[in-house]
Design a binder for this molecule. Structure first.
Ligand code: SAH
Length: 416
């Protein structure tokens, strides 16, 4: 038996006992249990003895075995369930789950070479995110257990075997490593030579026409994240279906919506406060041989000015950053969404299209509908909900894990 195996076998001996509240969380099929509901038991009961990212056996207060979890010595989320049975070999289980996640995408994702391959809890791999950008894969590791050397090796090997990428890039979020008490490490290539590429999404037959798809530059090692927001991919295509006339894409980033609107609209303007994002958006427009007007500025101010100047549009997209990062921000966030939506509604011509999004997990689907309805009342407009959408299918939502349901995208038509 190799040394590595001996160590992981020892880790597998570690146990935790949950409070009845912790047990209730698991029975509700949520994989997380907070530290206040977790007691370490057995030989390694001292928290300081527990190695980073241990695999622990989980018991209820009476000693009934509930399954196996990944343990974090620093996060408030002390355990994340990985199996309802025993786990002898974590790297092998991770490899198997990655293969299952890839198979799921093969079934459900089409017309794109850019999509999420592994989405953490939603793929039963807590703390691992892998995105495919054509021939370059980008992975992010967010928990202690996924960061261990044997698990990392299994992740890279499985991705290589299954997808044969030209490069695998790791993007490190230093803040998360600090929170998880993991040693700092740089972003960089883990495998292969290639870290930048061109992706193409929503090609194939769309709305009855054969299309080549919309192309975007991707660079996994650029300071700022590049590429498109993969979770919005199907919303881009849905929006393109109804878009017409003069269009405004507010919070356009590198042009995800704008570049999808341009084939259907007489003119498209994109607004964002980030100059580097707009420079990349212009590169993307050139790549697609399209013309779009980009404006650097605060979208709130611009909408206010344009509304005051009686500017009118036929299509407006609102895709702001998450306004509510915590529950405490909720009221303020709702105020922000209301203001934006109200201004956009006032600027839309009759029959106009409003595509309005929220990626704040703390704003529920019901909250968001209510705030948009509230804006419509104040704007004296009736709007029809053409589609009530969420994230693309490669970002699966787990029914009992509300955290996996964060993106809302309403497609509305102003009816008078
Ligand atoms: N719609 C984009 C994603 C938007 S992400 C896509 O599909 O690709 C949110 C964007 O809002 C970021 O690019 C950020 O730079 C921009 N942003 C944040 N605050 C802003 C503000 N007050 N005015 C304009 N843009 C803002």
């Amino acid at each position: 038996m190799s040394k590595k195996r001996a160590v992981s076998a020892k880790h597998a001996e570690l146990s935790v006992k949950l409070s009845s509240r912790g047990v209730a969380r698991l029975q509700g099929r949520h994989p997380w249990v907070y530290r206040s509901d977790v007691d370490l038991v057995g030989a390694n009961a001292e928290a300081s003895d527990v190695p980073h990212g241990s695999v622990v056996r989980v018991f209820d207060p009476r000693g009934k075995f509930l399954g196996t979890a990944l343990y974090s010595s620093s996060s408030q989320i002390a355990i994340r369930m990985i199996s309802h049975g025993s786990v002898a070999d974590l790297p092998a289980l991770v490899a198997e789950r990655i293969r299952a996640a890839i198979a799921y995408r093969k079934e459900l994702v089409s017309n794109t070479d850019a999509y999420r391959i592994v989405f953490s809890e939603a793929d039963f791999l807590p703390g691992l995110i892998v995105d495919r950008y054509n021939d370059v894969l980008c992975l992010q590791i967010l928990t202690q257990a996924m960061d261990s050397a044997p698990v990392r090796a299994a992740i890279v090997q499985t991705l290589r075997e299954e997808l044969q990428p030209e490069g695998i890039v790791e993007r490190v979020d230093p803040r998360i490593r600090e929170l998880e008490q993991l040693p700092p490490r740089p972003s960089g290539l883990l495998q292969g030579e290639k870290s930048s590429t061109v992706i193409s999404m929503n090609g194939g037959r769309m709305n009855g026409d054969e299309t080549n798809g919309v192309r975007f530059h991707y660079d996994g090692l650029e300071g700022q994240k590049t590429g498109a927001f993969l979770d919005q991919r199907e919303n881009y295509a849905a929006t393109a279906q109804y878009a017409h006339g003069e269009a405004l894409d507010a919070f356009c980033y590198q042009g995800g919506f704008a570049l999808h609107l341009v084939a259907k609209c007489s003119s498209v303007t994109g607004v964002d406060s980030s100059r580097p994002a707009l420079e990349m958006a212009e590169n993307n427009a050139t790549l697609n041989a399209r013309e779009i007007e980009w404006i650097e500025g605060n979208a709130f101010d611009l909408l206010r000015e344009y509304a005051a100047a009686n500017r009118r549009y036929d299509t407006i997209v609102l895709d702001p950053p998450a306004f509510a990062k915590t529950k405490r921000d909720l009221e303020k966030a709702l105020g922000g969404y209301k203001e934006l939506n109200l201004r956009a509604m006032k600027m839309l011509r009759p029959g106009g299209l409003l595509v309005t999004c929220s990626c704040s997990f703390h704003v529920s689907g019901a909250d968001f509908l209510e705030v948009v309805a509230d804006a419509a009342r104040d704007a004296h407009k009736s709007l029809r909900v053409v589609e009530n959408r969420g994230a693309a299918k490669d970002h699966p939502m787990l029914l009992n894990v509300p955290e996996t349901n964060y993106l809302k995208c309403l497609i509305l038509i102003v009816s008078n």
